[in-house]
Design a protein around this ligand. Structure first.
Ligand code: NAI
Length: 339
């Protein structure tokens, strides 16, 4: 275990005085897979978040360097690095939010489902430890295929007797981030003002951006909406191909993961009306898990919001995605329950 704390009392006081959030409650956040392509920038972004007081960085290798590096950033949280499975318990103990970007990313030509064989086992192991060491933490699942890893996590927690559907989230924020960016470019509106819900799941056609509900309104022609939908669905592949074998989205994913974790922390701290899209246990459709807008609160999910009015194109997309999403969910459940 490697603990890095600002040593100078004067420096510490200066720091603490700098934050209006000094009275923010103690919140421990762990990043599992912290030395990876997503983990490293995500660790940095969580270190920048004044709502975090303790930041635990865990990986099976290379965390000491990442933790030492990030710990020098002069912000509120105390950073601790943990490496190897025997330190996982310490990393998790007392956590309020656990973010999981552990596992292998895609290479060109691979689908997210191609990652299943490796990542399913990683996620299963990490979730068993979460059930043991921090069963009340909010879990932010980034590891792909999210459509299957979230159901795996749910099954592991059920077996351990710790499952609380309000506390398990598949992180689909990157789909929202992409939809906002692409929409702003096409509609020629200020990207900072844009809102677009993205529902369904997190792979190919299961990603369903609802541009009919996008604001500010732009009345884009149907062809533009179709092109934007396809680009949002293929956004991950666009990055995988551009990186040409060197992995998938890491920087934009870290940004998206940091936004979602921040929303979880705000909810826990009682900030009202915090709404983000996420892949959660759901009754919005007949599928047991589904991504839609979710209101976050002191216990995690406060309310899973409905889809709202859909265009005919979106209705069609919704029906098309269901069989694939259903199969991915079942694959995860079956994996978790095999002996
Ligand atoms: P990476 O290979 O750069 O990093 C993964 C890290 O996980 C490595 O440092 C590795 O040592 C670590 N790791 C492996 N097994 C572990 C274990 N049992 N416990 C803890 N750490 C472990 O991969 P990258 O690019 O950071 O991607 C990570 C995952 O995130 C992939 O599954 C990828 O598909 C997914 N992803 C999800 C997105 C989303 O929108 N939800 C977007 C982009 C990627």
């Amino acid at each position: 275990m490697f603990r890095y704390v600002a040593r100078s009392a004067a420096g510490k006081n200066l720091l603490r005085r700098g934050y209006a959030t000094e009275s923010a409650p103690d919140r421990k956040v762990a990043v599992l897979g912290a030395a990876g392509g997503i983990g490293q920038p995500l660790a940095l972004l969580m270190k920048l978040n004044p709502l975090v007081s303790r930041l635990a960085l865990y990986d099976i290798a290379n965390t000491p360097g990442v933790a030492a590096d990030v710990s020098h950033v002069n912000t509120r949280s105390e950073v601790t690095g943990y490496v190897g499975e025997d330190q996982l318990g310490q990393a998790l103990e007392g956590c309020d939010v656990v973010i999981i970007p552990a596992g292998v990313p895609r290479k060109p030509g691979m689908t997210r489902d191609d990652l299943f064989n490796i990542n399913a086992g990683i996620v299963k192991g990490l979730c068993a430890a979460i059930a043991k060491y921090c069963p009340n933490a909010l879990v932010n699942m980034i590891s792909n295929p999210v459509n299957s890893t979230v159901p795996i996590a749910a099954e592991v927690f059920k077996k351990a007797g710790t499952y609380d559907e309000k506390k398990l989230f598949g992180v689909t924020t990157l789909d929202v981030v992409r939809a906002k960016t692409f929409y702003a470019g096409k509609a020629k509106v200020n990207v900072a003002d844009v809102n677009v819900p993205v529902v369904g799941g997190h792979a190919g056609i299961t990603i369903l951006p609802l541009f009919s509900q996008a604001t500010p309104k732009a009345n884009l022609p149907e062809d533009d909406i179709k092109a934007l939908t396809k680009r949002t669905q293929d956004g991950g592949t666009e990055v995988v191909e551009a990186k040409a074998g060197k992995g998938s989205a890491t920087l934009s994913m870290a940004y998206a993961g940091a936004i979602f974790a921040d929303a979880c922390l705000k909810g826990l701290n009682g900030v009202p009306n915090v709404v983000e899209c996420s892949f959660v246990q759901s009754t919005v459709t007949e599928l047991p898990f589904f991504a839609s807008k979710v209101r976050l609160g002191k216990n995690g999910v406060e309310e899973v919001l409905g889809l709202g009015p859909l265009s005919d194109y979106e209705k069609e997309g919704l029906e098309k995605l269901k069989p694939e999403l259903k199969a991915s969910i079942e694959k995860g459940i079956n994996f978790a329950n095999q002996i």
